[in-house]
Design a protein around this ligand. Sequence first.
Ligand SMILES: *Cc1c(COP(=O)(O)O)cnc(C)c1O
Length: 380
Amino acid sequence: MRPETLAIHVGHEPDAATGSIVPPIYQTSTYVQDGIGQDRGFVYSRTGNPSRSLLEKSLAAVEGAKYGLCFASGMSAINNILLLLESGSHVICPASVYGGTFRILEFVYKRFGIEADFVDVADIAAVERAIRANTRMLWLESPTNPLLGLCDIEALSALARSKGLTTVVDNTFATAVLQRPLELGADIVIHSTTKYIGDHLDVLGGACLTNDDGLYERLRFLQNAVGAVQGPFDCWLLARGVKTLSLRVKQQSANAEKVARFLEEHPKVRRVHYPGLPSHPQHQLARKQMKGFGAMVSFEVNGDASSAQKLVAHTKLFALGESLGGVRSLVCIPAKQTHASMTPEARERAGISDTLVRLSVGLEHPDDLIEDLVAALDTV
Ligand SMILES: *Cc1c(COP(=O)(O)O)cnc(C)c1O
């Protein structure tokens, strides 16, 4: 079956006891046992909960993975994966990796003797040069935040495999609807399910997906040992979100493409970053690797920092805020918001200027979104 069908059926079997077509929320911490050693598959909700199992099965099916594990947030899923590493090991990460991943590696894992190098993963030779004797993991993200840069997941996974490294892909921006890293050779996929999978802007979550039995056993052990699991109600909300994921992502991407084309023609816009535009330097790779181009668009507005600030002060449909992927459109200035913790030099190296504006395009009518941007750009 295709992912759209799997998303609605796998895990979502009607409740056996009552016939309730939507399985109940198992809001419980523990389970009555019929005798010592005679549990009914669940013992304690940190170890396992039926609402979580449902979501884990559903997300695995949608990603085409054998196994899924769900966590309280994207960061706790990332942490669970990094805990596979031994002290003294080395990780290669994109220079433009998600800020939270940079922070946990640089300010938490470094203290435990795990080093990370942040390299331009679009340059395969640079990745190869960065591999050391103690390198164990290649961390990838594509498209990246906020400049929507890509990397060749298939080529990089093959390189990593030949060197014995585990490849992890943060697939939050594309989702399984647009990009399938496990099929391209990656070992583990992670999602901040807070974003597209949930995204009615009302829940936080994270997930890891894999086909590898050994990795799954270790990740599952860590999930229980560390305990950053997702609560039953949040699992229920996310399982509900999965059913419409494909529809939302496709429509949001179509809306984003219209918005990106509009921006590219606007005289007050200097440059648009969107993998679906032929002007994107990696447009060909996007066409090969992705089934659509996503709903994130960033652009540089003419003028200076105050021009970008004027613009975001005047949008009405695009709410000023962090996060992304929601049904409701959002706008932010990465240099002042999502990437404010980077030093100005690091931001400049990464190409994140003060005039860069990031849009998360939602499900509103694209013409309304464009009219909102027309009015806001008029004030610049
Ligand atoms: C938001 C995000 C995360 C972190 O997820 P949380 O749910 O906020 O903890 C990780 N990676 C990417 C690409 C993200 O956008």
